[in-house]
Design a binder for this molecule. Sequence first.
Ligand code: 8OZ
Length: 359
Amino acid sequence: MTDLFSPARFGAIDLANRVVMSSLTRNRAGAGNVPTPLVAEYYRQRASAGLILTEASPVCAEGHGYPRTPGIHTPEQIAGWRQVTDAVHGAGGKIALQLWHVGRISHPDLQPGGALPVAPSAIRPAGQVFTGQAMQDFVTPRALELAEIPTVVGHYAQAARNAMEAGFDGVEVHAGNGYLLDQFLRSSTNCRTDAYGGGKENRARLLLEVMDAVCDAIGSDRVGLRLSPVTPFNDIRDDDPQETFDYVVTQLNPLRLAFLDILQGAGGAPREQWIPFDYDRLRTLYSGNFIRNNEYDFETAQQAVTSGAADAIAFGRLLLANPDLVERFRRGAPLNAPDYERLYTGEEKGYTDYPFLPD
Ligand code: 8OZ
């Protein structure tokens, strides 16, 4: 019987088990948003997961919205990531890079030339952004011109090629959590009247063009996709998320991606506040490898894989705090708790110092 410890083949990527490390932003990049040796050590420690999905990595300078997030658009960043992939491969692991563009979740202080962040429509997100020194209110972004859209698509394709040059096993396109591709997908952030706004077919157009371009660039068997149908993170909503996401996954089928990675629920919000959504329906509509994420423990993850509800489970908080999570699951060992104070602090503490089980 297939269980969490069974090997898997996701497209061109062989996984030793079905415990996937979820993408987690950790803000430890060095100058020039370059991954440092400490970043390589963090991922190396977690190489026993079947597949590591890296923290989100901006595909272009305009795609940044947080300090010290490692990009994949300069030669120095590619070289920095190469140290990470070498470290993970040296420890027998597999690693895919998450491709990111924040869209409106940014600030002129984080943009080239102090420009306005870009978005599908000029709608300001509620809330504030940390610009390195202080929290500042979000600004009203600039709506992308129709003629600029091919450039955005091109950034994703080039970033995927850069990821291959850096030695990654694949990439995961980040189309969740209220960032650029999600801003296009959802009705609350997309009021465009051209071919990229309006009904679900138009709102999904940019995402599907990006997926086509990334698949053409590196081969669809090395490409995955992250969606988060109902997370309200970054002030985003959809009038009919089921209709939107049923359509998206159906359109993805012909691409034969390596995997689809679904963030269920609403981030860290309590389960009672989760907007109802039929994830099993997505599983049924989608013909490829299906990863589920959010609040799984060993028992519920094992149940999801053995029942066929998922092909793998992605763990964020548990893998953050337990680099040897797979071994702890095998032995039924106790788990370390995450240090929430140090998620984004840029230091070794709370990053590379979580204890392993004794041999
Ligand atoms: C937490 C802090 C900063 C960024 C996401 C990339 O939500 C993120 C993120 C999460 O997908």
